[in-house]
Design a protein around this ligand. Structure first.
Ligand code: GLU
Length: 497
């Protein structure tokens, strides 16, 4: 076999730097486990001053979902997991989409046959059988490995369809090392002679990942532990080619509870779902980072990390072997903390779409509403139910005026509204300060606690038992006309009772 082409491929491989890759299959949504893999992989590269690659693994053409690749790009960009090489930005070892590397896999599969690590298999099989085998459902045995090179060549020349299978040594054991699981040894007899190159000329994942990781100079492979059982076969491939084996880091699954993995089918949220449920990207990333990794040393007790802080703190030894349970309440806790810590103007910007969909009245200044809800929401979805009354006063029961601690009753609330009404009506300067002063002065004049005035006004303006903010804010935000209208309604409602 002429090795010039292979030598040229080898010469392109970058050396002397940490190189990691996120290699999603565009088969659907970005689930939490995927996001975690992307994050850990990115963190290793950034922590080591290395390079982070994005590779699209689309060899399983039957499972492709339209728009899935775009969703991956969007998510990565939104999360700040920038890639140095990839389909959209190019790089020295492209193309970065597996379906565009078809010729490469064919060449390497043939080379592997030459090196004794694989064989042509002509057994007639339906595509369905190819698939079940790929999933490890059954093991393959046939006499094709015994065909001589000439016999195999003759069949190929005669146009017989074939696949290329991995040749596994009949005896002995294979050991591989994983950074968190340690050394794992398996009997070769247990390993399946899996298909490497399918009859359509496309590789299986099992082959493509090894070829690409090698040709792309990948030093650390982070992936889900569902690949753990296949790892010995990958090692045998590396050995057959005489290539250096990368550091493996297999991550335990993210679980919905003690016994079940998270799954979209059971309604568990993806990254996009969590965004739609009002969670902040930063909070999601922070929480996801801790699903299977814990900080060490000075940071061991710490929960809150920005992406930059994670980059500094991240180390492989903190990755755990045990499955992590995704707890939405814990994520909520992270999210609430992130929301509270935002600069008010950033919170306003981020909350704006939610405020806009909750409040349509153009006279309401949403920048005044935002600070009221900032300390009172766990997610952005908590905004709407708290602020709906700005748009339209709900019908409410007079019972809301009665508050033990404030010492308000139906009677003294009616009085308070009747006394407040003319004072507010006379106010020319409609600002927070002037409204506040007017209401406090009224209470002082009547020798009452502020609450005796504030509570009835707050109730008349909101029609709710619990609100973000109080009487003065609501007067200011609603404006003079609407404030007086709602107070009049309150007076009428209380007078009628
Ligand atoms: N395409 C595989 C997946 O999405 C990637 C596994 C790997 O990172 O090697 O699960």
């Amino acid at each position: 076999m002429d090795m010039t082409w292979f030598d040229e491929m080898e010469s392109r491989i970058p050396k002397g730097e940490v190189r990691t890759r996120f290699a999603p299959s565009p088969t659907g949504y970005m689930h939490v486990g995927n996001l975690r893999t992307a994050l850990y992989t990115w963190l290793i590269a950034r922590n080591q001053g290395g390079r982070f690659l994005l590779r699209i693994e689309d060899t399983d053409q039957g499972r492709l979902v339209e728009g899935a690749a775009e969703m991956i790009y969007r998510t990565m960009a939104e999360c700040g997991l920038t890639h140095d090489e990839g389909p959209d930005v190019g790089g020295p070892v492209g193309p970065y989409i597996q379906s565009e590397r078809r010729g490469t896999y064919g060449q390497y599969a043939k080379l592997l046959v030459e090196r004794g690590g694989a064989y042509y298999c002509f057994c007639k099989k339906s595509e369905e059988a190819e698939e079940t085998e790929e999933k490890g459902v059954h093991k393959h045995h046939c006499s094709c490995p015994h065909l001589s090179a000439q016999e195999a060549e003759a069949k190929i020349d005669a146009g017989e369809p074939y696949v290329i299978r991995q040749k596994i040594p009949a005896e002995g054991t294979t050991t591989f090392h994983d950074a968190s699981f340690g050394d794992i040894t398996v009997e070769n007899a247990e390993l399946d002679e899996q298909i490497l190159l399918k009859s359509d000329g496309l590789p299986t994942y099992n082959f493509a990942n090894v070829i690409d990781d090698h040709l792309m100079g990948i030093t650390h492979v982070v992936r889900g532990s569902e690949y753990l059982s296949s790892a010995p076969k990958y090692n045998l491939l590396y050995e057959s080619f005489g290539w250096e084996i990368p550091t493996y880091i297999h991550c335990s699954p993210v679980m919905r509870d003690q016994h079940n993995k998270m799954s979209k089918r059971h309604g568990d949220p993806s990254y996009e779902d969590l965004k739609a449920q009002g969670y902040l990207t930063e909070a999601i990333l922070n929480y996801v980072a801790l699903l299977g990794w814990s900080p060490r040393g000075v940071d061991s007790q710490r929960e809150f990390f920005t992406l930059e802080e994670l980059t500094r703190a991240f180390d492989l030894s903190g990755i755990s072997k045990s499955p992590a349970i995704f707890d939405l309440e814990k994520l909520k806790y992270f999210n609430a903390n992130y929301l509270r810590a935002m600069a008010p103007k950033d919170f306003y910007q981020a909350a704006l779409p939610y405020l806009q969909s909750a409040i349509s009245s153009p006279s309401i200044d949403l920048s005044l509403v935002a600070p009221l809800v900032q300390p009172r929401c766990d997610t952005f979805l908590d905004i709407a139910p708290q602020v709906d009354f700005f748009d339209a006063l709900p019908t409410y029961s007079n019972e809301l005026y009665v508050h033990k601690k404030m010492k308000t009753t139906l009677e003294n609330s009616l009085e308070a509204l009747q006394l407040t009404r003319p004072i507010l009506a006379e106010l020319t300067d409609w600002t927070y300060e002037s409204i506040h002063t007017a209401l406090v002065e009224l209470a002082q004049k009547l020798e009452l606690k502020n609450g005796r005035i504030m509570w009835p006004v707050r109730t008349a303006l909101s029609g709710k038992a619990v609100t973000p903010g109080g009487a003065v804010e609501f007067c200011q935000i609603l404006g003079k006309e609407e404030t007086l209208r709602r107070i009049d309604l309150g007076i009428a409602q209380l007078s009628a009772s």
